[in-house]
Design a protein around this ligand. Structure first.
Ligand code: NAD
Length: 472
């Protein structure tokens, strides 16, 4: 067989972030015969991947990395060497929203994808498969193709471009990678494209059932990633909008969600009301979709998806306003404990975290905000809120809540939830002792709907839960 139909033996992943790191660590774990090198321009990040303190927290990830590191899994800043050796290169760099110029605020900034593509083109001395792992606008592979064709100087070196978007969710990345709902591989409908698609499919088939590996055209695959994130975000905005109606009517959002979720056409997932969505992807990918629609003069389509973002911003702002209103319309100089700063549980990632918006709203109003999060460092919090002198880092729930007027739950960490083992009213957090050390009235604002409202009210707290009627 020609080298272009042989099994993949060497993989390079450009970008050692939240996607590149876990994705390729799991791949190395499941495919011990493939040599996997994950590279990055950030020395700090690579050093962390090579240390005992990985740069990102994901349940189960540390064990996997440690079991393969130095065997068939390597982290390096020698990008060129890894590209040269690879049969297949994942491009897993960041694709943030552009902050200036044409399309600012909406279009994806593809400078990192372009830089990686140029590097591959310049260095390759043998044919390679290049895989878009990053989330990119629809038809990005076309630009990559043009860059490769114009830059690659070597005859006989052929590149196939595949789209293989990543659907992992932070906090459950390892589980999602081990048992993905689906693996999507898009290719051009050519002999060469199909061959490349098969070779990547064979890698995944080592641990993923064939029926879960979907092959599509290149443009469908690129668009599917944007579409999936837009639909998930839309569902959160939908439940946020209904939670707002619940708060005015006495209906309870969890009951409404349960009633709706039992409809098999709707299903039970992604119906938990809270502070809207956060994280680095949903907003960015909807911006991307809006930009795509506007580029093709599809204004109603752009407006439709824009409303999902409007709803999300409103959800966060409305929660902050509720806190302030209940606290007699002023939080100036009041101590408020904010529990959770990550955008969701089981991750230390704070990108677009709703907690940042809530914290900022309260800090602007003059509150002394004490923040505790099990996985977010003080340094990370300072990067987000450093401009405010009234922000404080706390190393425990108790320290954050001592002498506070209110406790605000902003992230759904399990350690904030009532412990199921010791019954519904017993809490992992000792709310009775927290109450004893708080100012009166002592408020709890549950932005994630995870606390036992009745138990807290019995202790004496005044509780507001998102989507659950008025404060009592
Ligand atoms: P990230 O910022 O954590 O990681 C990207 C890494 O790429 C950074 O460490 C950066 O230094 C590196 N990089 C940039 N340019 C480089 C270059 N030319 N050479 C080498 N390294 C370079 O980003 P992420 O969260 O891992 O996301 C990566 C992509 O995956 C994005 O397109 C994102 O939309 C997508 N995605 C993210 C998630 C998620 O949950 N975070 C899920 C699915 C898809």
């Amino acid at each position: 067989p020609s080298p272009r139909s042989e099994p993949i033996q060497s993989i390079c992943c450009i970008g050692a972030g939240y996607v590149g790191g876990p994705t390729c660590a799991v791949l190395a774990w499941k495919c011990p015969n493939i040599c996997v090198t994950i590279v990055d321009i950030s020395q700090e990040r690579i050093d962390a991947w090579n240390s005992d303190e990985l740069p990102i927290f994901e349940p189960g990830l540390e064990e996997i990395v440690k079991s393969r590191r130095g065997k068939n899994l390597f982290f390096s800043t020698d990008i060129d060497a890894a590209i040269i050796a690879a049969d297949l290169v994942f491009v897993s760099v960041n694709t943030p929203t552009k902050t200036r110029g044409v399309g600012a605020g909406y279009a994806a900034d593809l400078q990192y994808v372009e830089a990686a593509t140029r590097r591959i083109a310049l260095l390759s001395t043998k044919s390679k498969i290049i895989v878009e792992k990053s989330t990119v606008p629809c038809r990005t592979a076309e630009s990559m193709r043009a860059i490769l064709d114009a830059t690659s100087p070597r005859p006989g070196v052929h590149f196939d471009i595949l789209s293989n978007p990543e659907f992992l969710a932070e906090g459950t990345a390892v589980q999602d990678l081990l048992k993905p709902d689906r693996i999507l591989i898009g290719a051009l409908n050519t002999k060469s494209g199909k061959l490349a698609q098969d070779r990547l499919a064979n890698v995944y088939a080592t641990w993923v059932e064939r029926s879960a590996i979907i092959t599509t055209g290149l443009w469908s695959s690129e668009l599917t990633k944007l579409a999936a994130n837009a639909l998930l975000a839309q569902r959160i905005s939908s439940i946020s909008s209904l939670a707002a109606i619940c708060e005015k009517t006495g209906a309870e959002i969890d009951e409404v969600a349960r009633g709706c979720g039992k409809d098999s056409r709707l299903g039970p997932h992604f119906l938990k009301a809270g502070l809207g969505f956060g994280g680095s992807c949903f907003q960015k990918d909807i911006f991307n979709l809006i930009y795509l629609a506007e580029t093709f003069s599809l204004q109603p389509v752009a407006d439709y998806w824009r409303q999902v973002l409007v709803m999300n911003e409103w959800t966060k702002a409305s929660f902050s306003r509720t806190i302030i209103r209940h606290m007699f319309s002023t939080v100036s100089n009041k101590k408020i404990a904010l529990l959770g700063f990550a955008f969701k549980k089981d991750t230390g990632d704070t990108r677009e975290s709703p907690a940042i918006s809530i914290a900022r709203d309260l800090l602007v109003e003059g509150a002394e905000v004490y923040i505790y999060d099990p996985k977010v460092s003080e340094r990370n919090m300072r990067q987000c809120l450093g401009a405010f002198s009234n922000f404080h880092f706390s190393s425990s729930v108790e320290a954050a809540a001592l002498n506070a007027s209110a406790v605000v739950v902003a992230t759904d960490w399990d350690e904030f939830k009532p412990s199921s083992s010791s019954g519904k009213t017993a809490a992992a957090i000792d709310w009775t002792s927290i109450y004893a050390n708080m100012n009166r009235p002592a408020f709890v604002f549950d932005g994630r709907g995870i606390l036992d409202t009745a138990a807290l009210q019995n202790i004496g707290f005044k509780v507001h839960t998102v989507g659950r009627g008025n404060l009592v």
